[in-house]
Structure formats: structure tokens, C-alpha cells
Ligand binder design. Structure first.
Ligand code: NAI
Length: 353
């Protein structure tokens, strides 16, 4: 069955990647999901199970993960799925992981802001990232748990205290809320809304999103939409606000039954696949992420990034040049809120006894 899995992997990767990559292609990466039994974790695990680049998929949660792993393991794709439950098994889950994705934590209910989740989720992220530092300090770490504008700085501070912080390998991955920085989900959403409004083919549309991942910190740069589209001032205002509130739209539609899980899982799976392609040597991988950044005077900021074997290879500054007047104003307006969220995330770790 190993041979069978190997040949499946080879076929899948050849068809995905083109033949010039030659014959050495066998799925070989280990991905761990922490919070794998949740609303995001389950569909995310399924999407990652489909990746021809993954050989091991380790699922961790504090409950209910055994069944998820048993179910997924019946899908005949290359990766082997293992389940881990509770703190005593966390270290084994993380050993030698190349990419760790963290969607663990409580989601919003109608009427809540992302910041309302801060205390519970910062605590969860802190504990999980400590284990990452101890067991796979070299892994790419993808933080989904909200508020991302604070939990990414929290994770950075934990890694610093452990002496293993590599700013090129810590990423905030999001849908579309109000943080300072742009996240992948935000981008997926921005692209969908713009295509609907202007009758463009979705596949053609690209809208950079910068800032963070909560309310006004999410700033879609509609003036930089590709292909070039012109919007009235009214359309810009409408689309921007819609994109900023997209996450809240889902929370309200679900009416207490959760927040954006399927779109988030999709955005996160894409980010994992991009990370694995970068690790595998693909030199043409770009994503949007909330990362440590020197593009602005804020220590963390969401922008387009180029990914390579060692993580962030470059931040793409060009999106920040030549903003429209509307964008320039929104950019200045988001800074104080994003700054406060970042500081809150860092202080949470520093004030631990
Ligand atoms: P959920 O409640 O369905 O799942 C969370 C999972 O985390 C549960 O299975 C739970 O058992 C697990 N968990 C809790 N504490 C844990 C711990 N200490 N260790 C390991 N696992 C733990 O929530 P859902 O909808 O999957 O959302 C998860 C997180 O993602 C929330 O914080 C939510 O706010 C955030 N989110 C982020 C988005 C983004 O754009 N970055 C978009 C949507 C949600």
C-alpha cells in the first residue's frame, strides 16, 4: 500500500505541477492542525487531506478528534492521518511538523467583536505556541484564532521568550474581519465581491488587501483592482464596508451557530498549499498575510508577501504606493486601532507570572 500511495502522489503532483519538476516528487510534508475537530478544523483537515504534497496529517484537539481522524483516514489520498487528544499528546502531534495551523479557540456569536474573544483565545494560542516552540520551532506557523491582530503578536512574544522566534515563519491567516493587516480570507472575499459587482470573471480579479483583520483595519485597495476597474466614490465606500463586515455577515447569518468556517477553511487550505509549494522550492508563490513587517511604522501589518523555503522572502511594498485619497485616509485611520491590538497581544504574554 505504500507503493500505491507513492504512485498516487506522483501522479497527482505531476498533474498539478507540470512535468518539469521531474521524478523526485513524492508527498513528503507533515502538517499539524491544532483545533482540528472544530468548525474550521474539520473542513480544513479535509482540504489538506486532498493535497498531494502532504504525507502526514496530524490532528489535535481537546475533544472529539478521534472520529474526525477515523473518518478522514478513509479518503484514499497519500497522507496518513493521526489523532492526538489533550495536552499529554500535543508534543507528539507536533514533532517534525513542517506547517502548524492553529484554528483552536472560541468563535464569535452575533453581537460580539473579535476582540471580545481575546482573553480566552490568547490563552489558548499561548499554550499551543509554547508547544510548537518546544517540538517544531522551525515550522511555518499559521494563526487563525481571533483576534488575529492580537494573537499573532501574542504568538511572536511566546516564541521570543522561548528563544526561537523567526518572524519569517509566523503568519496570521484570515477571512475578512477588522484587524490591522490583510488576510487570505479577506482577499478571497474581496475578490468575490468585486467580481459580482462588475461582472468580471472571478478568476481574473485581484484586489490587494492590507492592514489587519478586524473592522476598519481591513483595507481593500480597490484602486489597485486588476484588471483595472473604475468605481464611483459611492461604490468604493459600499464595497469597502461590505468587505470589512463580511465576517460579521456570516456570524449574523449563522445566528449563534458559529462564524465563518467553510470560507476560512478554504482560505487556510490555500495558504497551507502555498506554504508547501514554497518549501518545495517553487519560486513563484505569493499570498497576503498579517506578519511582522517594516512596510509601515506598525510592527505587524498585512500585505502581499512572497513565500520561499525560509518563509517570508519579501514583503511587497508596491501596493502601498499611490493610494487613492479614500485609501490614504482609511490607512491613517486604521493605524491607532491596529497598534493597540498588537500591543495588547504582546502585553498578554509579558504580564504572565
Ligand atoms: P469551533 O468552536 O467550531 O472550533 C474550535 C475548536 O478548538 C474546537 O474543536 C475546540 O475543542 C478546540 N479547542 C479549544 N481549546 C483548545 C485547546 N486549548 N487546544 C486545542 N483545541 C482547542 O470554532 P471555529 O469556528 O472553528 O473557529 C475557531 C477560531 O477561528 C475562533 O477563534 C474564530 O474566531 C477564528 N476564526 C478566524 C477567522 C479568521 O479570519 N482568522 C475566521 C473565522 C473564525
Amino acid at each position: 500500500s505504500t507503493a500505491l500511495r507513492g504512485s498516487f502522489a506522483l501522479k497527482a503532483r505531476k498533474s498539478n505541477r507540470g512535468s518539469h519538476y521531474g521524478l523526485q516528487l513524492v508527498a513528503s510534508y507533515k502538517v499539524a492542525i491544532l483545533g482540528a475537530a472544530g468548525g474550521i478544523g474539520q473542513p480544513l483537515a479535509l482540504l489538506i487531506k486532498m493535497s498531494p504534497l502532504v504525507s502526514a496529517l496530524n490532528l489535535y484537539d481537546i475533544a472529539n478528534v478521534k472520529g474526525v481522524a477515523a473518518d478522514l483516514s478513509h479518503c484514499n489520498t497519500p497522507s496518513q492521518v493521526l489523532d492526538f487528544t489533550g495536552a499529554s499528546e500535543l508534543g507528539d502531534c507536533l514533532k517534525d511538523a513542517n506547517v502548524v495551523v492553529i484554528p483552536a479557540g472560541v468563535p464569535r456569536k452575533p453581537g460580539m467583536t473579535r476582540d471580545d474573544l481575546f482573553n480566552i483565545n490568547a490563552n489558548i494560542v499561548m499554550t499551543l505556541v509554547e508547544a510548537v516552540a518546544d517540538n517544531c520551532p522551525d515550522a511555518f506557523i499559521h494563526i487563525i484564532s481571533n483576534p488575529v491582530n492580537s494573537t499573532v503578536p501574542t504568538a511572536a512574544e511566546v516564541l521570543k521568550q522561548k528563544g526561537v522566534y523567526n518572524p519569517k515563519k509566523l503568519f496570521g491567516v484570515t477571512t475578512l474581519d477588522v484587524v490591522f493587516g490583510v488576510t487570505t480570507l479577506d482577499v478571497v472575499r474581496a475578490n468575490t465581491f468585486v467580481a459580482q459587482k462588475k461582472n468580471l470573471k472571478l478568476i481574473d480579479v485581484d484586489v490587494p488587501v492590507i492592514g489587519g483583520h478586524a473592522g476598519i483595519t481591513i483595507l481593500p485597495l480597490l484602486s489597485k483592482t486588476k484588471p483595472a476597474v473604475s468605481f464611483t466614490d459611492e461604490e468604493v465606500e459600499q464595497l469597502t464596508v461590505r468587505i470589512q463586515n463580511a465576517g460579521t455577515e456570516v456570524v449574523e447569518a449563522k445566528a449563534g451557530a458559529g462564524s465563518a468556517t467553510l470560507s476560512m477553511a478554504y482560505a487556510a487550505a490555500r495558504f497551507v498549499e502555498s506554504s508547501l509549494r514554497a518549501l518545495d522550492g517553487d519560486g513563484d508563490v505569493y499570498e497576503c498575510s498579517f506578519v511582522q513587517s517594516d512596510l509601515t511604522d506598525l510592527p505587524f501589518f498585512a500585505s502581499r508577501i512572497k513565500l520561499g523555503r525560509n518563509g517570508v522572502e519579501a514583503l511587497i511594498p508596491s501596493d502601498l504606493i499611490g493610494l487613492s485619497e479614500y485609501e490614504e485616509k482609511a490607512f491613517e485611520a486604521l493605524k491607532p486601532e491596529l497598534k493597540a491590538s498588537i500591543e495588547k497581544g504582546i502585553a498578554f504574554v509579558q504580564k504572565q507570572p
